[in-house]
Design a protein around this ligand. Structure first.
Ligand code: GLP
Length: 240
């Protein structure tokens, strides 16, 4: 385990990474954490698998997800709500689980509603993945570090990267609701996971590059309690 400014844990593979992250969830719970910020994508799958197998009890806890595609209903198989139900909530229910509502009639009202959810339930532990271009949540390069929840136009690279979950690239929604970086940075502690060589560039920029809106994850250098869990492939471009 090497400490730069963030706490960096290098693991063999995503399974070991998920095990470490689930242990950190477990410890947080034991220390009284009640509000968990959750992420989707392929990266946190192993964390959820380990949590499902664990004795952890979220029934008095609250979860708040980072983001959701605009236009998808909670029952759509590609929606993040559906992903969360299938990967975690069906096995480990929370007292209340919040996600932005993809099919909300009014986007402005929806982002306000979500900001209130976050303000009313300060996040104790936030889980993050990272996009190949350094995005966190759906905060794409260039997003202001001050943003709270907002509707975002996805970049072509994010649409291409997420096309694997859809039948056709055309079907990938072009917009999403995302918790903003300003809100993510208010979480008391953060775990960011990255596995695989296609994340190596983003991981190096996040940890060793300048803090810049061009690499949204680089803002985490300014947070006092971040643990980065990476496999060897994702850590390959780190100098130290
Ligand atoms: N909005 C999500 C992010 O929350 C996720 O961290 C990232 C990486 O996804 P994956 O874990 O599938 O590589 O991409 C998506 O666009």
């Amino acid at each position: 385990m090497e400490v730069i400014k963030m706490n960096i844990i290098i693991v063999k593979d995503s399974s070991e990474g998920g095990k470490k992250a689930s242990k950190l969830f477990y410890d947080a719970c034991a220390n009284g954490a009640k509000v968990f910020g959750l992420a989707t994508g392929s990266t946190p799958v192993t964390t959820y698998q380990h949590l499902v197998k664990s004795k952890i009890d979220f029934s008095k806890c609250i979860s708040i997800n980072l983001d959701e595609y605009v236009g998808l209903k909670p029952t759509d198989e590609q929606s993040y709500r559906y992903y969360m139900e299938k990967n975690l909530f069906e096995f480990k229910p929370f007292k209340r689980s919040y996600l932005p509502q993809g099919d909300a009639a009014n986007a402005e009202e929806e982002v306000k509603r979500y900001d209130k959810v976050i303000a009313d339930n300060p996040i104790d532990l936030q889980l993050l993945g990272i996009g190949r271009n350094g995005h966190i949540g759906f905060n794409e390069p260039g997003s202001s570090f001050d943003l709270t929840t907002h509707k975002v136009a996805l970049t072509p690279s994010t649409i291409a990267a997420n096309a694997r979950f859809f039948e056709d690239e055309e079907d990938v929604p072009k917009y999403a609701y995302s918790m903003g970086i300003g809100s993510i940075m208010k979480s008391k502690s953060i775990i960011l996971e990255a596995f695989g060589d296609n994340k190596a560039d983003a991981v190096a920029k996040m940890i060793e590059g300048p803090v810049t809106e061009e690499c949204p994850a680089s803002v985490l250098q300014k947070h006092s309690n971040v643990t980065v869990i990476v496999d060897e492939a994702a850590a390959a471009n780190l100098k130290k």
